[in-house]
Design a protein around this ligand. Sequence first.
Ligand code: GLC
Length: 743
Amino acid sequence: MRQSELEALLKDMSLQEKADQLLQLNGTFYTGELDEIATGPIMEMGLKSEDICQAGSILGTYGAERLKEIQKKYMEKQPHHIPMLFMMDVIHGMKTIFPMPLAMGAAFDPSVAYTAAEIAAKEASVSGLHVTFSPMADLVRDARWGRVMESTGEDAYMNSLYTAAQVKGFQGDSGNLREKYKVASCVKHFAAYGGAEAGRDYNTVELSEQTLREYYLRSYQAGIDAGVALVMTSFNTVNGVPASVNTWLMREVLRKEMGFEGVLISDYAAIEETICHGVSEDKADAAEKALKAGVDIDMMTSCYSGHLAGLIRGGKLEEGILDEAVMRVLQLKNKLGLFENPYKDADPEEEKRWILCEEHRKAARDAACKTFVLLKNERDSDGTALLPLKKGKKTAFIGPYVENQELLSSWAVTGSKEDCVTIRNAAEAVLGEEAVFACGCPIFGNDMEIPSFNGNIRCDVSEAERKGMLEDALKKASEAEQVVLCLGEHSAQSGEAASRTMLDIPEIQMELFREIYRVNQNIVVVLFSGRPLDLREISRKARTVLEVWFPGTEGGNAILDVLTGVQSPSGKLPMSFPYCIAQEPLHYDHYNTGRPNPNGRVEKFRSRYLDAPNEPLYPFGYGLTYTEFSLSEVRLDREQMEADGMITASVIMKNEGTVFGTETAQMYIRDLTASVVRPVRQLKGIQKVSLMPGESRTVSFEITREQLQFMASDGKEVLESGRFAVYIGTDSTTENCAEFVLI
Ligand code: GLC
């Protein structure tokens, strides 16, 4: 439709019809089927049937046949036959599930996330969906927060690269949403949801405006610059005002300063929850405040549908502000081509052709291999490491993840664990008789019960069963030359509403680990987790530790690819792994303070703990390979840089080992003196380099003024002359550095 036709349509709509265009309901209201996915609390809504016939969009339902049926029936009843929008949390895959976003961040390669989003968009669009609530662009620094699994990590630069890549993957490089196999993308949660105090989900966020702008807003800006069609509000307060009614944040910052012109949707029930926050008197007040703040769609409450018409009739709201919101929703539907083709790509035949096809499975397997992080691979006295596994040696695969198909994260709501390849499936296919298997113990003890999207999860194993599992595991471990111990969190222990006060692996698994260690010390730990964990005991005792996160549908195959050396590990930590939880929140780009305490120095009056180091156990950017790389000193092509100039920093990287490998050169910059404190370093460039044994290559990074600018306390980007340090290394602790002066 032309804009003039949209305007004519808007003009012809009643007040209530306009208000209902901003209402988003769960698909259950149209199918009555209980298996629609509820991803938040179902409020008492008090809807009229008229509202349901006119709601502008639904979430939580998918399937070509089902959505075509809903659309057909809905449009017959909708007074102007306006098509409905179908939205869903397709976070890291639709049915072919890729590694969770934090794992994708470990690839240190945004193109991996681009491919995952592109494939997810194809499977989602043929399933009838128009919009995905992805990517989550929240900066995360506290491993206690369950949703760190949904972010790409603690670094603003990396998150910006990944957010832009995912938006382009979902929407297409051209951003033409009418294109086949594309869906509209939604950057979330605006803003700074990841800063929840004490890592407790939905908790208060307290941060300075300078921190908000310098660290937290960067990745949302990258999504907007990539053309994202929607932004979602966050549950938290910013400067004491809940985001969904925060006019400064939404109209001043998001729309005016950051240039976002698309649809702003609230998070689930977030508008009504402003009553609970204590800033809205009732639903009418919440509706008035949210619309004034510029929120277009009210997800899963009846604040808008129940009160906007009355507020306008009562003179408390201008009709123009309602029209502005409704027009943005109509324009989104128009950009998707829904007025001409309300079913877009929904096609049962295409679903059969593309969903979980071999091409998609292979892409998910390749992606997973790139996300695994080798944390330790100790050589024994004759210089041999346990990985890659040596042919001809008997390996016992032990642990609750050996046969577990729950390799998807808790945000893979459209995926099916039944589609997953387990470690056992893959090991039997690859290693045959050389591999034996034992679960050893349940994933957690009878004392635990974990809520999940699909109800509470418990493991009820009798003492006799548990004893038998352990005996079987110990027998197999004692008869094998090496043990691959497959341990980790349950996927429901991370994700939304899954914050933890301990970063431990369930105790029953640690008991198994200690028992196995007694009979065989050649242990490779394959670790499943949705977040950084406290790995002190495991990293002390196991010879090898491989972090595999939640690797997705092809997880088992990818793990065997890396264990056997078909693929070399190349992942790098996107979040610091703490020495202990008490260090949280923890991030590499911290300030120096006036009394720094570099590694190991013990002086009283320094910024330090009495009982733990300041440094993480494993730092941001860290990850080993199956070979060894060396880096030369940092060379700069000049020592001074003009403001509009450029400096090239380079190193020579060499594969000093005997096997192929891929290393990631990371460039960090430190502004040594500025008008506000600047972090001890910030990542400003990454380059993945694959080298054969003995091969070397020059790796160069261009340094421009954009990389030296920062947010001053007045919120303006500034560039200040002075000394800068450039670090180039293979993780964030590198001291390989050179200095230059910006004049
Ligand atoms: C949830 C999440 C949000 C998700 C939305 C719809 O509460 O916070 O990330 O997209 O509801 O499911």
